[in-house]
Write a protein that binds this ligand. Sequence first.
Ligand code: SF4
Length: 59
Amino acid sequence: MQVYIDHNKCIGCGRCTELCPQSFKLNENGKSQVISTEEIMCIKKASDQCPIEAIWVDE
Ligand code: SF4
């Protein structure tokens, strides 16, 4: 499984990192980055709740 974040779209709102701190973190540019793809259910939830649909899950 692959998880992609479109850094051109990410506004760094922190929603995904709050929902799944084990899977995402904000980098030094204030953009989300993937740190683990193990928690797929949480990642899907974060993808659904990202306000600008910047998280893509490819199973
Ligand atoms: S929820 Fe979306 S916009 Fe917000 S930090 Fe995560 S990827 Fe970026």
